[in-house]
Design a protein around this ligand. Structure first.
Ligand code: NAP
Length: 276
């Protein structure tokens, strides 16, 4: 029997909460598929955090290397893709996970903050994809970007974040159409509320944690591995006929709004009414 092709995945934001979850989910997926796996784990800077992650990934059974660079800088995006290729050959999967949000009212948002939000969450994925395109065309590989439920539903008070993630989803749909002829698949994953170092401060407050859980039809806050499993699926051979799609990983919360309207029938027995 022909053995499955080796996977070489470049994961941005790998040292962050969801990035780690993605790396370990890729290892799990490769184990199930009987595929050899090399992870190029990307962080914004070299150093102990990245080295530690690489050691953990190796201990978990993957080949792994670190690459570092600022995804808001086009030259550094290109350098990371080139370094990953030099270390492990052509990429078969690019995972654009790095991103950031920050509060800010649109009424008086500084232009620099708008630009930074779009550069980190949207433009970076295009830049990484553009430099990885030739490699991915040779391997008939995939791109998966981590957007957000905020790209599907407005998040007032979060400046340009919703707009940037919405643009990321459309960017990936467009890339999927433009690059399908080269065999490159492009999809997005939209996490809901996920407990990671980015959001941990919010969940330290027990009341907020319970209030948030009560809003999720599946009854819990998401974990990095929930998002990781979705990304690993989209990057796997099992998704070889899936492109231009957005997989929402949110426990059902994005579709939950109409059940919150008082006086409507069919309201499930969750605790919204108990929330102070
Ligand atoms: N947590 C949630 O509830 C949630 C929900 C929806 C969507 N998301 C999305 O999921 C993705 C991961 O979020 P997370 O919760 O795992 O956050 P996180 O722990 O803060 O991780 C974000 C990662 O992005 C990297 N990054 C930020 N700026 C960068 C830059 N200029 N250059 C290179 N890398 C940079 C960081 O790398 P360094 O640590 O090396 O600086 C960090 O590892 C983001 O795109 C976020 O918008 C998260």
């Amino acid at each position: 029997m022909k053995s499955p092709l080796p996977i070489h995945a470049l994961v941005t934001g790998a040292t962050g909460g969801i990035g780690r979850g993605i790396c370990f989910a890729l290892i799990e997926q490769a184990r199930k598929d009987g595929t050899s796996l090399l992870i190029s784990a990307a962080a914004s800077q070299p150093g102990e955090r990245l080295d530690r992650l690489v050691d953990e990934l190796r201990a978990a059974g993957a080949m792994a290397y670190g690459v570092a660079g600022d995804i808001s800088d086009p030259a550094q995006c290109a350098a990371m893709v080139a370094q990953a290729q030099a270390q492990g050959g052509d990429l078969t999967a690019l995972v654009c996970n790095a991103g950031a949000s920050g509060p800010g009212r649109l009424a008086d948002l500084p232009v620099a903050q708008w630009d930074r939000t779009f550069n980190l969450n949207t433009r970076s994925a295009w830049l990484m994809a553009q430099t990885a395109r030739e490699q991915l065309a040779r391997t008939r590989g995939s791109i998966t970007a981590v957007a957000s439920m905020s790209g599907l539903t407005p998040q007032p008070g979060y400046g340009a974040y919703s707009a940037a993630k919405a643009a990321l989803i459309m960017l990936c749909r467009q890339l999927a159409q433009e690059w399908a002829a080269e065999g490159i698949r492009v999809n997005t994953v939209c996490p809901g509320m996920i407990r990671t170092p980015l959001t941990e401060a919010v969940y330290q407050d027990e009341t907020t944690l319970q209030q948030r859980q009560a809003l999720v039809p599946l009854g819990r806050i998401g974990r990095a591995e929930d998002v990781g499993a979705a990304v690993a699926y989209l990057a796997s051979a099992a998704a070889s006929y899936v492109t231009g799609q957005n997989l929402v990983v949110d426990g059902g919360i994005s579709d939950h709004m109409l059940t919150m309207i008082p006086g409507r029938p069919g309201k499930p027995p969750v605790m919204h009414a108990q929330i102070p």
